[in-house]
Structures are given as structure tokens and as C-alpha cells.
Design a protein around this ligand. Structure first.
Ligand SMILES: [Mn+2]
Length: 363
């Protein structure tokens, strides 16, 4: 076996001698021979590849213990270990992203003391739901009140879906009172977790309810602050300054494929698994999206179940919402469009206008 001095090995592997010494100390890559007298360290040429791999894995941020294990595995096995490691990092990052977004919203809410805005804004809304043309039951549930708007659509069949969506709305209903602006996200987060654990209890008590779940998209107002909680693929849109923005991200397989650039926006509509949800309230694990937003007079919100947005294209939704002033009429027009589009699913929507209180607030 031909041995290389640590200097030669450092040059060939493009690692510093200092790095090599560190790897040795950490047990990641040890010289094959250390001269007992001079303490010179010698490496085998065959170790070059392992040295490069160790350097790459360190750049990736892999913990030392894992590097030690992975760097000595045969390539195929190392590849699958690495893939598993990275999947775990991405999952952790996603969870941390959610937490960070929540905390940003939470802390902004705490700092925004807006006693002046309390009570100056009101919401004029219309909530409608229709069974559609092809379903036996309406598993959607909608709720509209002065401070709370919510859309949920249930799933699970044999009326379990109806139970789930109606149940989550019941848990949220008490929030339709004065919740301080600094507590909006807290209140929403608590309610959604309470609803989920109660759903889990229902399923435990009655196994025929297994598979029961629901989406939930809800808005809760306080003063000029607006909290949003979202899970699943019902949607919220904001119409502001003549433009419509989708403000929720679907928790669906196709949305994540789209985010990863694995499919195009055009492919979503025809994807065989376009209805597959990655998250719902079903008693299991979930991470709700929480946002704190500023409400402005003149804003219009649309909340809708998938029975609307799967059937009616976004530009058509926008046209109705930008041209039909009356919320009741706009909601009725949207439902009619979903029915005209075949009404394959239950369809529900809430159209809500933020108005300054000087205007007569009508409910
Ligand atoms: Mn649906």
C-alpha cells in the first residue's frame, strides 16, 4: 500500500492539514499510520474519496456521529442514508418555519396596541352552501358571524364527514366574541388543537368514524387585526386594490409537487391525485398555518371549500368578486358558477367585506 504524507494527502484531497487533524481527532478519518517517533501521519491513497465525502457531509451540516457511520458505508447504502437524513432535515425545517411564522404573527399582534381601531371596522358578509349535483349529503359547514368566518369541508363518508366539519365549527363558534388583538392567533391555535383532539376522542370511542376528517379555513377579527387559521385545501382569497390574492396554501400533494417544481401549474388540474390532502383535522398530527393580517376598509375576503375552487377558475372568481358589489349576490353567483360547472362536489363560500363603521353595518 502506497502511503502519502499528510501534506500530500491534504493537497490531493483539497483539505487543509488542520481539517485532517480535526477529522482524525473526531474519529471521522484516521491516518493509516502514525510514525511513533516523528508523529508524522500517513494516509493511503484509497482514503482520498472518503476524505472528500467527509468534507461534503460536514458542509451539509450532518452530525459527526452520522458522518462517521455514512462515510464508511458502500455508496448505495450511503446514498439512501443521506436521503433519509435530508428528508428528516426538511421535515424539521418545515415544522420550524411554521413555528417561526406563528411567532412572528404572535409577537406582532402583541406589539400592535390599537385601541383606536377597536370597533371601527366591521364585516359585512354572506355565507352560502349548496349540496351540488352529485353528492348525497352536504359535508361542508360554514359559519359567519360578526367576528368569525369559517369554512370546513368534511370527509370520511357515512356521514362522518358531516360530523367532523360541523364539529370543528362548533368548537370555533365561541370565538365569535371579543378576542383581544394580541390573542387572535393564540385563540385560533388553541381552538384548532382542541377540535383535533376531540375528533381523535370521537374516533377512539366510535371506530366506525375512522377516516373522519375535515379541512378548516377561518378568519377571526379584532379591531383592525385579522387572524387566519388554515388546514387542508379550503381556501381564503383577499381582494384588495382591484386584485385578487390567494392567501392560503393548499395542503395537498399537488401543491407540494408544484412548490418543488416537479409538476407545472397546468398539470395540477389533471393530476390523478389532485384531491389528496397532506394535512387535515382528523385527530392525527398536523401543523396549522396561522397568519396575522391587517384588515383595511375596502378589503374583500372569499373563503371557499374545494367544491368552488376546483370547479371555477381563479380569474372567473376574481371577475365576480371585483364586479358584484353585494356580498349576497356575489356568493350566490359563485355557487351558481360551480353548479353550472357540473356541481361535482358540495360547494360553500363566504364573501366578506371589511367596512368602516361609519357605513351601516349589515349582517
Ligand atoms: Mn369538498
Amino acid at each position: 500500500m502506497e502511503l502519502m504524507t499528510s501534506g500530500a494527502f491534504a493537497r490531493a484531497s483539497r483539505l487543509s492539514r488542520k481539517a485532517l487533524r480535526l477529522y482524525d481527532e473526531l474519529g471521522l478519518l484516521c491516518p493509516v499510520r502514525v510514525d511513533p517517533v516523528s508523529q508524522y501521519r500517513f494516509y493511503a491513497a484509497a482514503q482520498l474519496e472518503q476524505a472528500r465525502l467527509v468534507a461534503w457531509l460536514r458542509r451539509l451540516g450532518m452530525p459527526l456521529a452520522s458522518i462517521r457511520a455514512v462515510s464508511t458505508l458502500p455508496p448505495a447504502q450511503a446514498a439512501s442514508e443521506l436521503a433519509a437524513y435530508w428528508a428528516q432535515i426538511e421535515a424539521e425545517t418545515a415544522a420550524r418555519r411554521q413555528l417561526a411564522a406563528f411567532l412572528v404573527g404572535y409577537l406582532s399582534g402583541k406589539d400592535t396596541v390599537m385601541p383606536d381601531a377597536q370597533g371601527k371596522l366591521a364585516v359585512r358578509y354572506a355565507a352560502q352552501s349548496d349540496i351540488g349535483l352529485h353528492r348525497q349529503d352536504n359535508e361542508d359547514a360554514v359559519y359567519g358571524g360578526p367576528r368569525l368566518l369559517a369554512v370546513a369541508y368534511g370527509m370520511g363518508g357515512y356521514s362522518a364527514g358531516e360530523v367532523a366539519s360541523a364539529f370543528v365549527i362548533e368548537v370555533f363558534r365561541p370565538l365569535d366574541t371579543q378576542v383581544p388583538a394580541g390573542e387572535l392567533l393564540n385563540a385560533l391555535d388553541h381552538a384548532v388543537r382542541r377540535a383535533n383532539s376531540a375528533l381523535s376522542d370521537i374516533v377512539k370511542a366510535d371506530p366506525s368514524m375512522r377516516g373522519m376528517g375535515t379541512t378548516l379555513t377561518a378568519l377571526l377579527w379584532s379591531g383592525s387585526q385579522l387572524g387566519l387559521v388554515h388546514i387542508g385545501d379550503s381556501r381564503a382569497y383577499l381582494i384588495r386594490d382591484g386584485e385578487m390574492f390567494q392567501i392560503t396554501q393548499d395542503h395537498t400533494l399537488v401543491q407540494s409537487l408544484l412548490d418543488d417544481g416537479k409538476i407545472t401549474a397546468e398539470e395540477v388540474a389533471s393530476h390523478p391525485q389532485r384531491f389528496l390532502l397532506l394535512q387535515a383535522l382528523d385527530g392525527g398530527n398536523f401543523e396549522p398555518d396561522l397568519q396575522l393580517r391587517e384588515a383595511r376598509p375596502g378589503d374583500r375576503y372569499l373563503l371557499c371549500s374545494d367544491g368552488l375552487h376546483q370547479v371555477v377558475a381563479a380569474d372567473v372568481l376574481a371577475r365576480v368578486l371585483l364586479t358584484v358589489t353585494d356580498p349576497d349576490q356575489a356568493a350566490a353567483d359563485l355557487i351558481a358558477l360551480a353548479i353550472d360547472g357540473g356541481g361535482p362536489d358540495n360547494v360553500s363560500c363566504i364573501v366578506a367585506d371589511v367596512v368602516a363603521l361609519e357605513e351601516p353595518a349589515q349582517v
